[in-house]
Write a protein that binds this ligand. Structure first.
Ligand SMILES: [Zn+2]
Ligand SMILES: [Zn+2]
Length: 277
């Protein structure tokens, strides 16, 4: 009864074609599967979809949706970046796009002197460079800015699911001064959750780094809090390889059960609805 709404394919930085992901998902008993390529952004990158490819993205999806309609329910979305002063889910480009859902994510913080952005989800050395240049080499400062920008994204809206909401922990965890149990961090995190709750957004439990790094986004330390706050969740693998379609799912559902969760949200007749697991 697995579902996954966060996945990448060759239309962005995914390593295989849509159809390969679908075949693997069917083989693993996934009942609902969604594609969420990195949406085009106003400058060139190696990891986002080119705006010109959007129509092909839709056409290939429609072809596969009909081809596999008796085996799996397929959905089409986008993972849309929020970059301060640069791009967000309310940009003109997205206005006329008919998608099943949108994921809002942060991969970049502020702009460096050379015109690039401080990357929080790429190589550590890129993050480190940005942190030193823009935030005095202070992990707390960059973390605080991360949650500020995250809140701006949620305030701006235009999407359904908050993607990997504490991705700052990916590199943050390498610093002695970074502690997700410290009150300065918990305060930032809870404040962000309250805004998400107020805006009725779904939080994804992102399992991409669970098997390799032992991390989920959000961290499992906060699962029971998210449950107490009655914030809707959905479990996503954010896979870039077909073989990783359900990576970390069993472990994550176990942890969610322990934290008191009994349901995750699924897209049913175009409405996000709770379903028991
Ligand atoms: Zn992402
Ligand atoms: Zn992603």
């Amino acid at each position: 009864m697995w579902t996954n709404y966060h996945s990448h394919c060759t239309f962005c930085d995914g390593r295989s074609h849509m159809e390969e992901f679908i075949k693997y998902a069917i083989a693993k008993g996934v009942t609902k599967y969604g594609f969420s390529s990195h949406a085009p952004i106003p400058f060139e990158t190696h990891w986002t979809m080119k705006a010109d490819d959007f129509d092909d993205y839709m056409a290939e999806f429609q072809r596969l949706k009909s081809k596999y309609s008796d085996k799996i329910e397929l959905f089409i979305g986008l993972e849309i970046d929020f970059i301060v002063g640069c791009t967000n889910a309310k940009m003109l480009f997205f206005n006329d796009k008919i998608l099943d859902y949108k994921i809002g994510s942060i991969h970049y913080l502020d702009q460096l002197a050379d015109g690039t952005y401080c990357s929080i989800d790429g190589l550590f050395k890129e993050f480190y460079k940005g942190m030193n240049e823009l935030y005095d080499g202070d992990i707390r400062k960059v973390t605080k800015r991360y949650f500020e920008v995250s809140k701006l994204m949620v305030q701006a809206g235009g999407f359904d699911i908050v993607g990997h909401l504490d991705k700052i922990t990916l590199h943050g965890a390498r610093f002695a001064d970074f502690d997700i149990n410290a009150s300065w961090y918990v305060d930032l995190f809870v404040d962000y959750l309250q805004l998400i709750k107020q805006k009725n957004l779904i939080v994804e439990i992102n399992t991409k780094s669970l098997l390799e790094k032992g991390m989920t986004f959000p961290d499992k330390r906060f699962f029971s809090l998210i449950n107490e706050m009655q914030i809707p969740i959905t479990v996503n693998s954010d896979c870039h390889y077909p073989s990783k379609v359900i990576d970390g799912f069993s472990e994550t559902y176990e942890a969610l059960k322990k934290a008191g969760f009994t349901e995750t949200y699924q897209l049913i007749d175009s409405v996000w609805q709770p379903v028991k697991f």
